[in-house]
Design a protein around this ligand. Structure first.
Ligand code: COA
Length: 345
């Protein structure tokens, strides 16, 4: 009997994890419906003057009745894919950061996957960190790409906040708007590029400062809860304002310190666009001129998880971000969550 021959199975070696994770493309989408302050002041007891003075907001976009969060998300994603010169077939990870999913179940990411025609082998999930959701999503995608097990991720922040706003409550309805922004994240073999670092956190004991009290498992919807408007945003504005400034300043300072940087080395800050006064306070604390911040809150209001990716896309298209620049993203939102991210382009 002849001795057995050893058969070697030929297999290609597993690809090495990338050295850094980079943003390959950005995109955004704003629905056509425009709601100006003067239009709003016909619906509730407010005025353009009050809203502009207290918030810096002049108008916001409102999605149409047939337009869901997933529709806006898919449009922003297609723009980001085109910018990255990639196709849906290239994506193996999709994260949708949102507090306004199309449905309570399943994840809006799965609906977006189907709309874009992503492969069924792509991992798809939603992430709820409210207005900090995009930074949380970027960090998550970056870690998954850095593991070497995913190649290209779409991170989308998309919101239809007009669906969860109490349009009779002047203390909240003037603040919010709809829209979507997206980025494509991939690996790079060049060190020091892309996502340099992140700093995430949350202050869970302050959940009740900004929340939707009804409709979840602790208080399922009833005719009475719906009549009381418990499924709409409730906010203690003054307390949120103070915490927002403190947490965003700390998140910005911490990440700069961690990386041995001074605020002056940041070419462009992309803050969460909630209120111009919050942005002005952070600029003052960081001793940076306001011109260093990208601001579009006047045109969109607060679009929660969509706010930073929309601003990032607009900042890039406006030439505010150049190769070699350091960009600082910083956000704060319900949870209360907060986060910052440093990106080298
Ligand atoms: N139009 C006119 N008057 C309004 C108003 C509106 N839309 N909303 C509130 N007011 C009134 C209040 O009733 C109050 O009247 P009173 O003095 O007679 O009681 C007065 O304006 C001042 O209200 P106040 O809540 O003290 O105003 P403020 O300076 O704190 O500004 C916010 C209110 C909401 C703009 C501000 O607190 C804020 O931006 N908070 C943070 C919100 C935020 O960013 N949330 C999202 C975080 S991600």
């Amino acid at each position: 009997m002849s001795p057995p021959t050893v058969v070697t199975l030929s297999s290609s070696p597993a690809p090495l994890p990338p050295v850094s994770t980079v943003i390959l493309g950005t995109g955004s989408y704003a629905p056509a419906g425009l709601l100006t302050n003067s239009e709003l002041s016909k619906r509730v007891d407010t005025s353009d003057e009050w809203i502009v003075t207290r918030t810096g907001i002049r108008e916001r976009r409102i999605a149409g009745p047939e337009e869901a969060t997933s529709d806006m998300a898919a449009k922003a994603a297609l723009a980001a894919l085109a910018d990255a010169k990639l196709t849906p077939a290239d994506i193996d990870l999709l994260i949708v950061a949102t507090i306004t999913p199309d449905l309570p179940m399943p994840a809006t990411a799965c609906i977006v996957q189907a709309k874009l025609g992503l492969p069924t082998t792509a991992a798809c999930f939603d992430l709820n960190a409210a207005c900090s959701g995009f930074i949380y999503g970027l960090d998550t995608a970056s870690a998954m790409i850095a593991s070497g097990r995913y190649r290209h991720a779409l991170v989308i922040g998309a919101e239809k906040l007009s669906a969860i706003v109490d349009w009779k409550d002047r203390t909240t309805c003037v603040l919010f708007g709809d829209g979507a922004g997206a980025v494509v994240v991939g690996g790079s073999s060049r060190p020091g590029l892309g996502l340099v670092g992140t700093r995430l956190g949350a202050i869970g004991e302050s959940v009740d400062l900004l929340c939707i009290p009804g409709g979840g498992s602790s208080a399922p919807a009833t005719p009475a809860s719906i009549a009381a408007g418990d499924h709409t945003i409730k906010m203690k504005g003054k307390e949120v304002f103070k915490l927002a400034v403190r947490a965003m300043e700390e998140a910005a300072r911490d990440i700069l310190e961690q990386h041995g940087l001074h605020a002056d080395q940041i070419a462009c800050v992309i803050p969460h666009q909630a209120n111009l006064r919050i942005i002005e306070a952070i600029a003052q604390y960081l001793e940076l001129p306001l011109e260093r911040f990208f601001i579009n809150v006047d045109r969109y209001g607060n679009t929660s998880a969509a706010s930073i990716p929309i601003a990032l896309d607009e900042a890039r298209r406006a030439g505010r971000i150049k190769p070699g620049d350091l960009t600082l993203l910083v956000a704060f939102g319900a949870g209360l969550t907060y986060g910052s991210a440093l990106i080298r382009w």
